[in-house]
Design a protein around this ligand. Sequence first.
Ligand SMILES: [Zn+2]
Length: 642
Amino acid sequence: MFPADLDAPKFLADARAALAQSRVQLERFLALPADASFQQVIESFDAIGRPLDRVRGAIGLASQVHPLEGVRDVSNEFTVELSTYYSELSLNRAVYERLARLDPAQAASPLEARLLRNTLRDFRRSGVDRDDATRERIQKLNDELTLLGIEFDSNIAKDTRSITIGDGHAGLKGLPADYLAAHPQNERGEVVITTDGPDYHPFMSYAQRGDLRRELYRASVSRATPRNIEVLQGMLEKRHELATLLGYRSWAEYVTEDKMIASAGNAVAFVERTAAAARTRLGAELADMLAMARRDEPSAAILHDWQKSYLIERIKSERLNFDSTAVRPYLAYGAVRDGVLATTAALFSLEFRRNDSEARWHDSVECYDVLDGGKHVARFYLDMHPRPQKYKHGAMFDLSVGVDDGIPKAALVCNFPRPTATDPGLLQHSDVETFFHEFGHLMHHLFGGRQRFLAFSGIATEWDFVEAPSQMYEEWAWDTGVLQRFARHHETGEPIPEELVARMRAAKEYGKGLQVATQMYYAALALELHDRDPRGLDTTERMVALKARFLPFPHEEGTAFQASFGHLNGYSAIYYTYMWSLVIAKDLFSRFEGDLMNRQVAASYRRSILSAGGTKDAAELTRDFLGRDYSTAPFEAWLNRG
Ligand SMILES: [Zn+2]
């Protein structure tokens, strides 16, 4: 891909040269003769983006993982140039008008007709066909929304709150030894606990002192208040104005239109239906939780937010006798990596061959060539261990669809422990799940690869379908047969015991009702705030009212969770997409259930869904694979199982 000693100025110059080539293609498109054929016009339009295939993903990856600051800086610089270019293109009236003049009846195939239809739809959704004054207002609203979004996120990121525990470690009863070691008492004998994830989640799950959990919970759901209440109001008002300018009733209506779910009404109905499906299970879990709470406080009549995680953990450890650390000795990094690769290769009848001659940006990065029937068809990179200045989460970065050489490329970036001569690099089981999840995205991109049109290449599918292949592939991390292929004790070589996997699965199953209800409350809130004229709206009042419909925990007066609900920026109204993708994933998985290594089903899945890229609507892809329309039944069966 690129080496560790990459020359930053040259990297930037190459990227700019590709952008210049794209501009040349744009000029060629605009200079097409008036009598150019339908095919000439759409081919020429598609060619505008092709020179950028080589650099777009490389720049995106470099900005997140390259060890040299100079390379990350020029990558960020070019990212801004590229996004300005795409934004100008989406509002380029001459390009739009040239395409709008085409006669759809001249399309030689459904694919050509689809390209024209989707392209014109996207142009219209950007407002290209509006008069000059309106387009100016749209541009201004977009700019303002970008700034408000940055402020919303940064107010959350910089507002870490904390509680001070006066009696020090005595207040941390129930927390494991490594947590205590990481939180020493200060000279006054106090301990400070923050609202950051690594502090917060263990505390809410294990701290025995309910009063302290309540204090920390209140601190967490007060983050970014009061400022973000105002920022959110501004975002809602500007989005609403933008949506109505573009001819939509609300922002929720606008943002769902090009998704699988297709309308705000469908999304609301999905949320209601899913919450209803979880109700029985939720009721049973709440009864368990109340019974557990009454052991400490016999007169307890209601449950609170700050009790949830703690009570669920206690029920799990008592009933299921499961300790997640018991799994780690079976999950040494090297064995897991080889296992995920071997499982995927066997499933799709591929060969992954390590390639040590390709340039890599760090000595821990590996490159693999994908061979299909002996033919080199794709390439991927694994950048799996943490280091300073590297991206902190797990993600698949698509690098190219293979315009230049026909070889699609991608990189997995994760942060798993790195093995050394003395340390096997033991993973958590959640890391193994993440590995399979990201590998699901990876195979989607590599198989989706280069289609006839760039617009349909790679993972060019609806936003609310994108997580379905990855969420489905997580199932492989929970299957005894699959795990026993590679999860062996790093000292004894013994395969992971079946009964340990069974207890691990049971622990995962418990609490599903509460999880689904909580997710649907978030989804409903995101939709509700965006499906109306927000002038005069009291978002706290709406939040409290909606929560009461989905969850039985009373509102903590004086808090305002929506101010730190970060997805209200990036996802706006469409938080539902996570659960929607999961519903589809459970349905797709129903064909594999009971035989996860079935190559025939895998071949059909690859052909119908992964290799199709964006050439069809996601609903049609799932129909091709399932032989019927998608159904929520497998999801509901999963919800009520166990
Ligand atoms: Zn994902």
